[in-house]
Design a protein around this ligand. Structure first.
Ligand SMILES: [Fe+2]
Ligand SMILES: [Fe+2]
Length: 218
């Protein structure tokens, strides 16, 4: 595993490769990932920090450049991805880590970066935390982001048992997928199939948990 000095180097490197606004967002995701990591998986904080720093490294590339990276690396791009170009940077960011940031090419980081935009069925704890950190980091001011941030923290997860805390995380993610799907429908935009899969999986998972409030998901 990597050490703090490697994370310092990574932070310095990515700082020189993105616009000030993208960097501000990226550092916001890093801060939020640490905050969420403290609640759910303190031992994963170095992994979460690295994934947060790397999650948007190709976001400012053009659509053509994203396709070119996929082509060069032999990655098949689905119709869903071509129709939802905003999701493509998660694929390309994850794909270039092994060659450009080999110290961080571990599956937990690659997967957290890969699935940070669409989610997927059966997300790992690191995938969930990076997905949520990206959505609710403090510099995000969109109405849905503010609402979801308040929904998550106003319930005071630090006072919950770990099992309730995990249910709260899944409920928050479910709400985020609902809001994302609703917004894409309103815009008339395509919705990635992985987002539906992620939502379906959470609903089934939550319906099986023994909690009085879960009746709403059954
Ligand atoms: Fe992103
Ligand atoms: Fe992001």
């Amino acid at each position: 595993m990597f050490c703090e000095s490697q994370l310092l180097s990574l932070r310095a490197d990515i700082s020189g490769k993105m616009s000030p606004s993208r960097l501000e967002h990226t550092l916001g995701v890093e801060r939020m990932a640490v905050r969420l990591g403290e609640l759910y998986a303190p031992e994963k904080i170095p992994v979460l920090v690295a994934a947060a720093l790397l999650h948007d490294i190709t976001k400012e590339n053009s659509f053509q450049k994203q396709l070119q990276i996929c082509d060069n690396l032999g990655i098949m791009v689905s119709c869903d991805e071509k129709n939802a170009p905003k999701t493509l940077h998660a694929i390309t960011a994850s794909a270039i880590i092994p060659s450009e940031y080999p110290d961080f090419a571990v599956s937990e980081i690659l997967d957290a970066v890969r699935w940070h935009t669409t989610g997927r069925a059966g997300m790992s704890i690191c995938e969930k935390l990076i997905y949520l950190a990206d959505y609710i980091e403090d510099t995000r001011k969109f109405e849905d982001c503010v609402y979801l941030r308040e929904y998550f923290f106003d319930a005071d997860p630090s006072k919950m048992s770990m099992s309730d805390r995990l249910i709260h995380l899944d409920r928050t993610l479910l709400l985020s997928f609902d809001m994302t799907i609703r917004q894409l429908v309103d815009e008339g935009s395509p919705i990635h199939v992985s987002t539906f899969s992620a939502r379906n999986h959470l609903i089934i998972d939550l319906s099986g948990k023994d909690s009085p409030d879960n009746s709403m998901f059954i």
